[in-house]
Write a protein of this length. Structure first.
Lengths: 306, 367, 375
């Protein structure tokens, strides 16, 4: 690859990181919150799709994409609340419920979303950080949607809140040791329920990003497992919101590798480049697992690591 | 979790003449009510492949004495033979139309042997008189002719001389579309070059958007595609301010500023022919295919992105194709330097359906 | 509790045996009645949805009955659809008994089918006998599947890598591997428009069970279910697995080779999914291509959880699912409902059935005084 090709790929990776990462970021932050409180929600894939559909539908009907984003968050919180409520019942396996909610959410989204595949809804805008460079490619790559900024802010606030506020402490305690939390008078079920609902809200917004900004269209093939990938992201970000944000950016960049390389002429083996995010995640998980740091960071009550 | 993937494509392998090969024209017993079962591999409103069929099917429904039952999102597994059998056994269908490539072998072949009284037709040129039962048949349109016309117009609409193509999988009909697009562009603009990016599957919205952005970043200012639902590609290209050509169905409303024209199937010609045969009690022909000369493909009406020169050239190209002017004029090399087309081939020649190369003038590779 | 020091008279013994049986029936009934109740509730909720849409629930259930079980055709359709589900459900159920949640059956199925198709190429070209060829293909499929999921188990034991996520990632990677080869070096060049491996030909395909239209994969699934049930409930190995699944630390303390048990369970699970892939190739498609990834692995997850990871229960649950899917097409055509309807019904059923887990042990009628309450 010559220099300009390196440049093109780099620009594409940065652009990918900024564009593609946002849904991952929101779902990962939502799942991070849920898992910090000691519950796993694998159903966020369904929440993502339902958020995408409801965001698109409300934007279409109301003419305001931001209203769509809000609606998507609400739809996501409904699914999150369902998950939270069902998992509260004794002896219910939360991983199984997550898979069920994934199916249910996806089914409901496709079922009610049929009339919205054809029409065009108003989309979210963006602003470009790179407009001053005068270079069209850089300007496009550095196009940022406000939701990305929102996501990063949410991540920072969450990290600060976990460490410094009473609520953060309560959530962490519920996740680390339910018995201690109860001893303090905290209702473990309520905390987990609220965290799962809030997690669903964030995931719904992530879905709205997909349908209202990038790729900016609603149809049945919109999500390709992004919700599930985001759950993986949380694990190898070791449950830290800041690391979730960074991991999401990394993932977005990895997703852009395939098409970027083809565009500069490296056209062989594109299946593997397209699978790069998954291979990357797997290797990072293997490398970071079993390490003492990971064992320390796990919320003690989390069922997937017990 | 609905991580379902599908694929199919049209293709030619018949040794019989490629247009209207029929057996005897035996009359059907009675011109009984025709119950047509149509099976789609994806959703009917995907702005693409399935929609093109659904639109034609809708026209069928309005004909008297014809009832249509449809099922969508049927994958190319035994699910499709069960869906078709269900239509035969429970709905009483006497004609089955399978619209996805992978339905034919072994599913429709086995079903045709099992249900001798039901007519099966498949949207890919795979039927072979010597190998397959007579109640089975094929139909399709040579979309690459319409892509050629797209190229003709695109060649005159580009300033950078770089045209981008977002393709799903490197199968023969996709490759033929890419090659024809390039040849059309070169016919009006010898400096034009086509760059192709393969996404790997028929419907991957995020990757299609990424590919479109990558192509535009690399300097391509006209974008076209061959994916199942071109909506994402066209909208993303329009947002970037480049021109577009459509595919499968009309995406003109999605790109009010940059749309040039698009390659569309005209299944209605074939379906209306079947319906007419049915109501006249005639046996359906086993092999129906063609391009412009048989009115089985069309180009979307020109959009704002097409200037007068492009429109004129495209219209002339259509007239040429209707008069059977050949697209693949040999000798032609592939993009690795080997001569792959040594002489000039008629547009419907079976040799072209074995295409597994990208011609010189297209940047990209198959695996 | 009564003093049972002295032996009971024979009449009392006989009545005790009768008591035992009725106790067993009452407690066993719990496992049948509650799921049925859950199905009834989910059916009711779904009917409300239909009514809200202006559709008739009665027509819906009639069509489910007709399309899934009502005619000979429908019944065989259902059975055919359930065969891969039984095998992929076993791929989830067995590791679940040792405490792992593995959802990578789809990847094992795809790679297993791919492996079968690939080893078939030299055998078919060399005109080896069909029976031998199919055996070798089946073994190849099972072997590759076993390795694929075995890796997941090993990573979990040796490095603590979460098996749910890693098995999912392996699925994506497996499908990419299959696509790469099927579209590249192993592509059958006589079939330019649908990249596949070389077809094995009609002579080599697995046929149907005589007198039916269902292929032998169904029998394979049933046999494996029964076999694994016996393995789990009646052998030492199975006992060790259940102990390790209940409490890994206690198992380790007891000296059980938990790591080996995990890997073996995963290998067997992967072999089941790989066998499903073999049947998809040898009985349905005749070659390996992208259609192998048809989602059977994912549906198998549901089946396993609904059957509470009991291999025997997997059979009726798989048939139920097969019936829902089989009738889906008819429902779509007759009622004008989108095909996502089936997804909603499946999801709803799944959710309600999972919620019903909480009802176990709550109903007095199933509890017998003086007997221990099994969890």
């Amino acid at each position: 690859m010559n220099n300009s090709a390196y440049f093109i790929v780099l620009v594409a990776l940065i652009g990918g990181a900024l564009r593609v990462s946002t849904p991952f970021m929101f779902v990962a932050l939502g799942e991070c919150l849920t898992e910090k409180s000691g519950r796993v929600n694998l159903g966020l894939e369904g929440t993502l799709v339902l958020g995408a559909m409801s965001g698109y539908a409300i934007s279409y009907h109301s003419g305001s994409p931001w209203l769509g984003v809000l609606a998507a968050g609400c739809a996501g919180s409904v699914l999150g609340a369902m998950h939270g409520y069902i998992c509260k019942l004794p002896r219910v396996n939360d991983i199984a419920v997550g898979i069920a909610m994934m199916l249910f959410g996806t089914g409901v989204a496709f079922f009610f979303g049929k009339p919205y595949i054809q029409p065009s809804a108003p989309r979210l805008g963006s602003f470009s950080l790179g407009a001053w460079t005068g270079n069209q490619e850089i300007a496009t790559a550095l196009q940022i949607n406000p939701l990305l900024i929102v996501g990063i802010i949410v991540g920072v606030v969450m990290a600060w809140a976990f460490a410094n506020t009473k609520w953060g402490l309560i959530v962490r305690m519920t996740g680390d040791s339910a018995a201690s939390a109860r001893a303090m008078g905290v209702s473990v079920d309520l905390v987990r329920f609220l965290c799962t609902t809030a997690g669903g809200f964030l995931a719904g917004i992530g879905g709205a990003f997909l349908s209202l900004y990038y790729p900016g269209s609603w149809n049945q093939g919109l999500s390709s497992g992004q919700g599930l990938m985001a759950v993986a992201l949380v694990i190898f970000a070791r449950w830290s919101p800041i690391r979730c944000v960074i991991a999401a950016l990394l993932f977005g960049a990895a997703g852009a590798i395939g098409p970027a390389l083809q565009s500069v002429g490296i056209t062989q083996g594109y299946y593997f480049f397209n699978a790069a995010p998954y291979i990357l995640t797997l290797f990072i998980m293997i490398a970071s697992a079993g390490s003492k740091r990971a064992a320390r960071d796990v919320p003690g009550e989390l069922s997937i690591t017990k | 979790m609905s991580l379902l993937t599908f694929d199919r494509r049209t293709f030619l392998k018949a040794s019989a003449a490629s247009v209207l090969a029929t057996g005897s024209m035996a009359r059907m017993a009675q011109a009984a009510e025709a119950i047509i079962g149509i099976v789609y591999v994806g959703p009917r409103d995907d702005f693409g492949w399935n929609q093109a069929h659904a639109v034609a099917a809708k026209a069928l429904k309005s004909l008297p004495g014809v009832k249509v039952v449809e099922e969508e999102n049927v994958p190319e597994t035994d699910a499709c033979s069960k869906a078709m059998e269900s239509m035969i056994n429970l709905d009483g269908a006497n004609i089955i139309l399978g619209t996805s490539f992978g339905y034919f072998d072994p599913f429709m072949i086995d079903l045709a042997k099992k249900y001798a009284k039901v007519e099966f037709r498949h949207a890919a040129p795979l039927w072979n008189k010597d190998k397959h039962p007579m109640n089975l048949g094929s139909y399709f349109g040579y979309l690459n002719q319409a892509h050629y016309v797209d190229g003709v117009a695109a060649g005159l609409s580009t300033k950078s001389n770089k045209l981008g193509f977002v393709a799903a999988k490197p199968i023969a009909s996709v490759l033929s579309n890419i090659n024809s697009f390039m040849l059309g562009a070169k016919s009006t603009n010898p400096n034009a070059a086509v760059q192709v990016i393969f996404t790997g599957d028929w419907s991957l919205p995020v990757r299609e958007a990424e590919a479109t952005n990558a192509l535009v970043d690399a300097g391509n200012d006209v974008i076209t595609c061959h994916v199942d639902g071109p909506k994402v590609v066209i909208e993303t290209a329009e947002k970037r301010g480049v021109k577009t050509c459509g595919h499968n169905a009309s995406q003109a409303p999605l790109a009010p500023k940059g749309f040039i024209t698009g390659a569309e199937y005209k299944w209605i010609t074939i379906y209306k022919g079947y319906a007419a045969d049915l109501s006249g009690g005639k046996k359906l022909p086993n092999m129906v295919s063609g391009g412009y000369e048989a009115d089985m493909v069309q180009n979307t009406p020109f959009g704002a992105g097409a200037d007068d020169a492009a429109r004129k050239a495209a219209t002339a190209a259509i007239a040429g194709l209707k008069a059977k002017k050949p697209i693949y004029v040999g000798p032609l090399k592939d993009n690795k330097g080997n001569v792959v087309i040594s002489k000039t081939y008629d547009n419907l020649d079976p040799f072209l359906d074995q295409m597994n190369y990208l011609l010189d003038g297209v940047q990209g590779s198959i695996t | 509790m009564a003093d049972i020091a002295q032996p009971l008279p024979t009449a009392a013994i006989a009545s005790n045996q009768w008591n035992d049986l009725s106790i067993r029936i009452r407690r066993g009934a719990e496992y049948v009645v509650i799921p049925l109740l859950a199905l009834a509730i989910s059916g009711f909720l779904f009917s409300l949805l239909l009514l809200a849409l202006g559709k008739s629930p009665i027509e819906f259930f009639e069509l489910v009955e007709r399309g899934g079980f009502g005619t000979a055709f429908s019944l065989q359709n259902t059975l055919q659809r359930s065969s891969p589900l039984i095998l992929t459900a076993l791929c989830v159920a067995l590791p679940a008994r040792i405490g792992l949640v593995i959802i990578g059956g789809e990847g094992a199925l795809v790679l297993g089918g791919f492996a079968s198709a690939v080893v078939a190429i030299p055998l078919v070209l060399g005109k080896v006998s069909p029976l031998l060829t199919l055996c070798i293909m089946g073994v190849a499929g099972m072997l590759i599947g076993a390795i694929w999921i075995g890796i997941v188990g090993y990573l979990r034991y040796a490095r603590g890598v979460n098996e749910t996520i890693s098995s999912l990632l392996m699925t994506y990677i497996g499908i990419a591997i299959m696509n790469f080869f099927v579209e590249g070096s192993l592509r059958d060049l006589t079939n330019p428009n649908k990249p596949s491996t070389m077809p094995i030909g009609d002579k080599y395909m697995v046929g149907n069970i005589p007198g039916t239209e269902v292929h032998w994969g169904l029998i394979a699934g049933i046999v494996l279910s029964i076999g694994l049930y016996i393995l789990l409930s009646r052998t030492t190995f199975g006992f060790a697995v259940r102990v390790a699944g209940g409490n890994p630390r206690a198992a380790l303390a007891q000296g059980l080779p938990v790591g080996k048990l995990i890997v073996i369970c995963c290998a067997i699970a992967g072999a089941c999914a790989g066998l499903a892939g073999f049947f998809e190739v040898a009985a349905i498609q005749g070659r390996a291509n992208a259609s192998l990834a048809a989602g059977y692995g994912y549906t198998g997850i549901l089946v396993a959880f609904l059957a509470r990871h009991n291999p025997l229960a997997i059979i009726p649950v798989a048939i139920l699912f097969g019936g829902i899917v089989a009738s889906g097409g008819l429902i779509e055509r007759r009622m004008g409902l989108p095909d996502a309807t089936v997804l909603v019904l499946q999801g709803l059923t799944f959710v309600v059935l999972l919620m019903s887990e909480t009802l176990y042990g709550r109903f007095k009628i199933f509890q017998v005084r003086g007997t221990a309450d099994r969890t």
